[in-house]
Write a protein that binds this ligand. Structure first.
Ligand code: ZN
Length: 274
């Protein structure tokens, strides 16, 4: 536990309390991280490792065979908005969403039996403070399982693919990914009817290529992955009411978990036009 951070003649230092024996000691601040256990000695460190090993043996993973909507949807969502973090042997998955989507992330948090945290960040460009909601999956079994499924720690620069999951659940995975990194919106036109637009973007083209392949096959539409003109990312984008209708029908078939705000855009649009 960190008790105090302070600046001394020898740089930044920290007063810490050992998580095993409660002994107080100090260390150079540069190597102290808030989210890990601190031990005063190697003896305490080994005691802690033993404890963790015991905990690990009692842990149960949430993800199992990747053959249910719940597992595959959230896997897709984590692929989009989550990130595997490996910090000196300590592994966890962090998932972040904007505060207006808190209710949705709460569902994942409930399933994983973890709590949500609010964090604020300052955007230098807009000079505004933003609030985001974060949760962490620290269960090592799940972290290892998702890592073995291909979740990477530097997603935007490394290639990822749709993981090996039950074929009947691929649309749940893509819907999860879409809820995290995709968007749907209505484009107003003066001389024509309103048009629906669908897109998914990512920093690396490979997973999008993979998703586009599935959507092309299932929805019988021309979908390509292109470099986004302004942002430094890749994008699958399509417009048109019939193609979006096919995407909607494919992605939301037998669905019970989805981001309501996106689903409602589709639903309301097609109520009006069909
Ligand atoms: Zn100790």
């Amino acid at each position: 536990m960190i008790l105090k951070k302070y600046k001394s003649g020898r740089g930044h230092r920290c007063i810490l309390r050992c998580d095993v024996c409660s002994y107080q000691f100090d260390k150079i601040y540069a190597i102290i991280k808030d989210n890990i256990n601190h031990c005063c000695s190697s003896k305490c460190h080994f005691i802690l490792l033993g404890k963790k090993r015991k905990e690990l043996n009692n842990q149960k993973s949430i993800f199992k065979k990747f053959d249910t909507e719940q597992e595959c949807y959230w896997l897709g969502y984590i692929y989009g908005d989550g990130c595997l973090i490996i910090d000196r042997g300590y592994k966890y998955i962090s998932v972040i969403c904007k505060s207006s989507d808190k209710k949705h992330l709460q569902k994942l948090a409930n399933w994983c039996s973890v709590s949500l945290n609010e964090r604020s960040s300052f955007d230098k460009r807009t000079k505004k403070k933003y609030f985001a909601i974060q949760m962490r999956i620290t269960n090592e079994l799940d972290c290892n399982l998702l890592q073995s499924k291909g979740l990477k720690s530097r997603k935007s620069v490394l290639s990822m693919k749709i993981p090996n999951i039950d074929k009947s659940c691929i649309h749940h995975f893509i819907r999860g990914y879409f809820d995290a990194d995709g968007s749907v919106g209505i484009f107003k036109r003066k001389s024509h009817n309103d048009q629906l637009r669908f897109s998914i973007c990512n920093g690396h083209p490979d997973i999008l290529e993979n998703i586009a392949q599935y959507l092309r096959f299932k929805c019988n539409s021309i979908l390509t992955v292109n470099k986004h003109s302004s942002a430094n990312c890749w994008i699958i984008a399509t417009a048109g009411n019939s193609v979006c209708y096919q995407l909607y029908n494919y992605l939301y078939q037998d669905a019970s978990i989805y981001l309501k705000r996106k689903q409602q855009i589709f639903e309301k649009f097609y109520e009006k036009y069909t």
